[in-house]
Design a protein around this ligand. Sequence first.
Ligand code: FAD
Length: 389
Amino acid sequence: MRRFIATNEHNKGRDVAIIGGGIGGLTAALAFARSGADVTVYEQAAALTEVGAGLQITPNGARALNALGIDKALAATGLVAQAVAPMDALSGQRITRFDLSTQTPQYRFFHRAALIDILARGCAAANVTVRLGMRIVDLQADGSFSVDGARVRPDLTIGADGLHSVVRSHLNKPAAPFFTGQVAWRAMIKTDAAPPVARIWMAPGRHMVTYPLSKDRLNIVAVQERIAWAAEGWHHADDPGNLRQVFADCSWEVKSILGAVENVNLWGLFRHPVAPNWHVGSIAILGDAAHPTLPFLAQGANLAIEDAYVLARCCGEASSVEAGLKAYQGLRRARVVKAIAAANSNARNYHLSGVPRMVAHTGLRAMGAVAPGAFLGRLAWLYDHDVTG
Ligand SMILES: Cc1cc2nc3c(=O)[nH]c(=O)nc-3n(C[C@H](O)[C@H](O)[C@H](O)COP(=O)(O)OP(=O)(O)OC[C@H]3O[C@@H](n4cnc5c(N)ncnc54)[C@H](O)[C@@H]3O)c2cc1C
């Protein structure tokens, strides 16, 4: 395994401010701190925390995290994913099963809060300062902003402030995120030992992904196509009955999983186009701030982790911050655009109906029977990518 970062001497002593303490911001904090920068994270929330839900960390993201020196903590947490299994939600039949056990590093299922905790501990060990309850609103063109009435002027200011990024609006034409025509419920249920398999239960206009987070907890993300998002705010608690109703025509397996849901939250899935500008002067953006994606390839956090690593490496290797930021966008943009297109096309394929659905399921079954390696072969561009190389 490669270790961060022998050649990054230009980060040494640099004053780096990171706005946002989510997965992308904390990974960036760790990467810059490991290469000698003085890092401060400004997070608006009162605590470093995440929604109570699961997260799939695929080998491409794991490679970057491992190289940042948190590999042991990661290996001791989460579950190693054995397979992904496309399912027919209407009949309950498994369509096929694609083996993930050969993946190196391992593909894992995490509780989000556990991953944030590992990153936060890594940051603390690397002397990152985390300032909580700090909402940054008045960023200036020179990368400065005010904190407690005083002006802060870092050498580098990074916006890791998510979908509603103020830093993105600073670097690009301000625009509201658009509704993608999909909503997602997230829930967790108690279960008897579920195998470490991600099941994708597909039905016309909807799908549900289930995977375990521990021996007795199953994570559920259920998605439905909708014309509009009418609720106030981006997400809210919903009645589990509404979720059950949406999948009421599905198999008993699906209904029994949803029957166990006691609490559920409903998200409108919003996006921006990939930002044209990821940097200006000494300011940059990463993760959802630069390129929010639909979650149907499980890559939003993985791409944010890759961004963070590449950003720190580029800034460490270039002779000026501006040159480092330019190299960063140059290395990242095309890959991110490709991943987002793949997530969009999964959305279409999961929700097919009628003859196209039958044809697609037959194709998957044939691939699983005749060329099971083809599934991972098609995703090699994604999972085999090595930002530490
Ligand atoms: C249903 C669903 C399932 C998903 N599953 C997966 C998966 O399995 N795998 C995967 O890789 N991705 C997944 N994703 C995507 C992933 O959650 C996001 O892409 C990822 O969390 C983005 O990380 P981020 O750090 O860029 O932004 P965020 O996680 O949004 O973090 C932004 C942080 O910035 C803070 N902040 C915002 N504004 C300010 C401000 N002005 N000042 C200070 N702080 C501020 C916020 O409080 C927050 O802590 C999923 C998404 C959804 C909706």
